[in-house]
Structures are given as C-alpha cells and as structure tokens.
Design a protein around this ligand. Sequence first.
Ligand code: AHR
Length: 492
Amino acid sequence: MAKAIINTNRSKGQISRNIYGHFAEHLGRCIYNGIYVGEASDIPNVNGMRTDVVDALKRMGIPLLRWPGGCFADTYHWQDGIGPKEGRKKIVNTNWGGVTEDNSFGTHEFLELCRQLGCEPYISGNVGSGTVQEFSDWVEYCNMGGQSPMAEERRKNGRDEPWNVKYWGIGNEAWGCGGNMRPEFYSDLCRQYSTYLRNYDSEHPIYKIASGASEGDYNWTKVVMERAGHTVDAVSMHYYTRPRTAEWADRGPATGFSRNEYFSTLYNTFGMDELVENHSRIIKQYQGARKVGLCVDEWGTWFDVEPGTNPGFLYQQNTMRDALVAAINLNIFNNHCDTVVMANIAQTVNVLQAVILTEGAKMLLTPTYHVFEMYKGHQDARQLESYVETSMVGENGCQVPNLHISASEGRDGVLVTVANLDDQNPAELDCAVSGLGKISRAEGRVLTGTIGAYNDFGAEENVKTVPLAAEVTEDGFKATLPACSVAAFTLK
Ligand code: AHR
C-alpha cells in the first residue's frame, strides 16, 4: 500500500492554464491537412478549419496555441500570408521536407483558429532572417485599434477590430535553426527587437518571451537574463524526451519498443524536473524586482518517424509510454507553477507527441490527448502540496519511482492526478487529504494499457479513459491503480 498525502494548507500558487498550452508549426501535416483543409474541402470545416479537430481540442480544454514555429518561424515572413489567397507567395519550407508552402494559412487564419478554439494565440516572430521593422509591423497589424498604416492594411484584408495578441516570442531556438547565435549576440538582438514591439492598448499589454536554452544550456539562460532579462516577461526553454541511449540520429521507434526503451524514456522525462529547477533558479537570480517567467514552449517525445513517411514530417505514433511522459511532465509543471508560466507540447496534430492524428477525413485521439483531458481541472486551479511513497522500478540503470503525483484545488473540487509507471504491478494507493475535512465523494478515472498500446485507424478506442473505483476513507480515499496507468481523482 502506497501512502499519499495532499496538504490543502500548502500551495505554490495558481497553476497557469497556459501550462496546458500546445504548439502547431508549419511542419508536415500539422497545420495543413491536420488542422486546416481550406473552405473548399469535402472534410467538414468552418472557414477551412476541420470541425472534428477543433471540437476535440475544445473538449480537451486547449488554453493557448503557439504558432507558426519552431524553426519555421525564423524563415516566415508574415506579409506573405495576408491578403487574397490567390496572390499569396509560394515558398519552400526549407526546414521541413522542402515542400511548397502556399501561405494559405496565415495570420488571419491562425487567429480565426484561436477564435474557434476559444484559446489564446502565441505568435513566434522572425528574428533569424527577418527585420525589426517586419516584426514591429506584425504587432501593429494585430493590435492597433486606431489609425495606422498596419491597421489600415488589416482593415483592407477584412478585419476591423484588433485581435490584441498578448504573447509574442522573440525568435525561436536562436542558438540553432533560429540563427546559430551566441547568447551574447542574441541578447543584444532581443533588446533591440523588444524595444520596437509596442503596446497599442494599455488594457492589453503584450507579453514578450525571449528565445531560450536547449535543455541544460544554463549559460544561455544566464547570459540572456543578465543582458536582456529586463526587456522581456519570460524566457523559454526546450526539452524533448528520447530514450536514454539514443543519439539524435537513432531515437528508436514510437511503437514496438523494448521494455528498456520504455524505462529509459521515463527516466529521461524526469530530467525535466532538474531543468525547470535550475533554469528557474538562474532566472530568479537575475530578474530583479520584476518576475520573469519560464516558458517550456516546446516539450514532448521525439522518436523515429513512422516507416514509409517523409522524414521531414516528424510523424510518429503515440502509445501509453507517451501518456506517462505527458503525465510526469504535467505533474512537474504543476508542482513548479510558481516559476513555470507556460508550456507547449510539440505538436498538436500529426507531428511528434501529437494529441490528435488524422488520415484523410479520419481522426483519432492519442493516449496523450486523454491525459490532457483528464488533467484539465488543474488549469487555473490552486496547486496543492502532494507527496506519495514510492519504490523504484525499471532496469539497466534506468530506475524510476513507480508513482508520480500532483494535486490542485479548483472549481470542481480537489483534483489528484497519479501515474503508475510500473508496467507489471498495480499500485494500491491510500491517499490522505489534510485540511479539507471529510470528503463526501471521490470520483476516479483511469487510462491504462500495455506500455506499447496505441490507438490506430480502425481501432480508435483501444486506449481510452474508463471509470476507476475509489473508496472514501476517514481522511481521504483509497484506489488501486492498474499497471502502466494514469489516474485522475476528483474529490468533493
Ligand atoms: O518541434 C520540432 C522542432 O523542434 C521545432 O521546429 C524546433 O524549434 C525544435 O528544434
């Protein structure tokens, strides 16, 4: 029996809903086919956006969407994607498969998508190959309500009111595909760009996010914070999970992997905790009186592409292993909600750790989707201190704790989310909740399967959430978590 304790008297504060954010790039079949099919498509759509995908993302509670990249952002010239579609420039997507990008999905379409989803837009601007003027004009185009050249241009293109886009990323991976810069050089550019990204409405100030470090590059965060921290509201960081021994060139398959690959992937996922702690510590050291947040604006699993698919499209299946990676990361972000202000899983549809896969008109929800759906009660809820007794499981030097937990108190009561990483043994949980009085109801749901279980076209409901019995006790509740599972309990 594993003892867990939820202490409702201790909290790190509110869990920003933006921790449950997503990322959609012009990459493979994420935007085109996956989300946007165009008004003329036979696939049911509203203004070109797939109805099935939009509805599913809404049900999952998507709060925020980052776009247009990724690496694509630093090659993207936003003015190519406005105005009549037939006149839009056709370009080559040099980062992702060398395919033609016809710019039919641009600023208006992205902001229409966010309107349909009811989520906040987060736009990454081009610093690598753009200009300060171009980026500054984009903000003016989106946010200027009165008279100005960019506001007039927007009106000419059919949109009168400003969108008041709040979140703006100053480049992406400036240390790599975003320009191969040194942190010193990027910091100066960040200061310069930041100066010309203006507020056009004092009631809707913009929120600027500096391009951050790759994984454990703490020097990047230190230099950027020291030199440009005062010009931004947050700094980003990217961390992708791969099996432990894999090089970037050989990441292993997304399905049909070994037990060792399962545990090594989970082992590496725990690296997020250390990365978040260390980057946050550096940010705090240099932030001065003003809080600067940490945005993990790209995270997720990165495996080999599905055999026979375009290597530049990063299409991979999604199994219970991915579900556990998602559960661990989201628990980590919840438990660091005092510093992590945003996180964006890569990427929403058909790319890397996607929550949705499509094939023509067909769509399925991945195990990762179900984790986001089960965890949505954490959005904007008050994080609660939680602890669970664990033992170590795993093999070949990749031992991980068998259980991982986070908890919060929100509109619907207390939400406790627990993952059982042990692929062979169920876990009996005896959870005490202090400071709440006797609870009257405990409702459980669980997602479970073998480590490699996944949903496929023709077997869309192979992995899905089902109710899980939870018994109310004197001081909390008891439940048995199946092997390899993610569970959510709502206590009232
Ligand atoms: O998500 C795929 C790519 O990973 C992004 O374009 C880039 O930012 C990162 O390296």
